[in-house]
Design a protein around this ligand. Structure first.
Ligand code: ADP
Ligand code: MG
Length: 255
């Protein structure tokens, strides 16, 4: 049965989408079958693999308008597939509020395809609202991308981990933290090094929670999405590509 991983952090611009698409692509390049699920109404994951957000996708699946099998799209990377997202999903936040079992909607939607893939990777919006909650409930593992250029991160980390703990105690007892990955690291800035130092000391009692691989700030990673391809199909030898390849191997190892 496929392993489901959610990429979550309530802050925007920390590298959730970039990490989901590139880890997914490198896992697929290792010969695994991977399904990306864009669960952010902004649809950045969809455009990162060259899909526009005009087609039916995850919103139409969770509202029973389409079967998930019929909206899975093949990407340019062999073995990498996606269920896209569009702005209709932002309306779902309101529609879901009154729905019974609203935190299980995504889990239910993915059930019929879980056996068809080795990994299912879910990209979440920047909040801890009902969509991200669905991501947590549908998943076996959570990966937390942490941007290295962020001052007030302690409060954010505490809130995020409290949420995960609450989920583990209630609606998804098997949810595990696969790890925290530092993104946008710039060795020249004091801030990057301070953030890493601080997070390392916060998790001093269980350092294994941090992935060994640190993703550097790399302009090629910013450029690839506008060409609609993951980094390995855009510039497989840049430092950003090499680090996401290493991270993907770590993810396979841990998950
Ligand atoms: P999120 O999904 O958390 O909002 P994104 O993955 O969309 O974050 O990243 C935010 C922006 O930063 C995007 O423009 C992306 O291309 C860019 N970006 C992400 N990771 C890196 C990196 N390691 N180096 C340079 N730019 C990056
Ligand atoms: Mg995103």
């Amino acid at each position: 049965m496929g392993k489901t991983i959610v990429f979550a952090n309530q802050k925007g611009g920390v590298g959730k989408t970039t990490t989901a698409v590139n880890v997914g692509s490198y896992i697929a390049a290792e010969g695994k079958k991977v399904l990306l699920v864009d669960f952010d109404p902004q649809g950045n994951l969809s455009s990162s693999v060259g899909c526009n957000n005009k087609q039916d996708g995850i919103y139409e699946v969770i509202t029973d308008k389409r079967n998930i099998e019929d909206v899975i799209v093949k990407t340019d990377q062999e073995g990498l597939f996606i269920v896209t997202s569009n702005l209709n999903l932002s309306g779902a936040t309101i529609e879901l509020v009154d729905m019974e079992g609203r935190e299980f909607i995504l889990k239910k939607a993915l059930e019929s395809v879980k056996d068809n893939f080795d990994y299912i990777l879910i990209d979440c919006p920047p909040s801890l609202g009902v969509l991200t909650l669905n991501g947590f409930v549908a998943s076996d593992y959570v990966i937390v991308p942490l941007q290295c250029e962020f001052f007030a991160l302690e409060g954010f980390i505490t809130m995020l981990f409290q949420t995960v703990k609450r989920i583990q105690q209630t609606v998804n007892k098997k949810l595990k933290i696969a790890g925290i990955v530092f993104t946008m690291y710039d060795s020249r800035t004091r801030l990057s090094n301070e953030v890493i130092h601080k997070v390392k000391s916060t998790f001093a009692s269980h350092p294994e929670i941090l992935f060994q691989t640190i993703i550097p700030r790399n302009i090629r990673l910013t450029e690839a999405p506008s060409h609609g391809v993951p980094i390995n199909l855009y510039d497989n030898s840049c430092v950003g590509a090499k680090s996401y390849y290493k991270l993907a191997l770590e993810v396979i190892d841990r998950v």
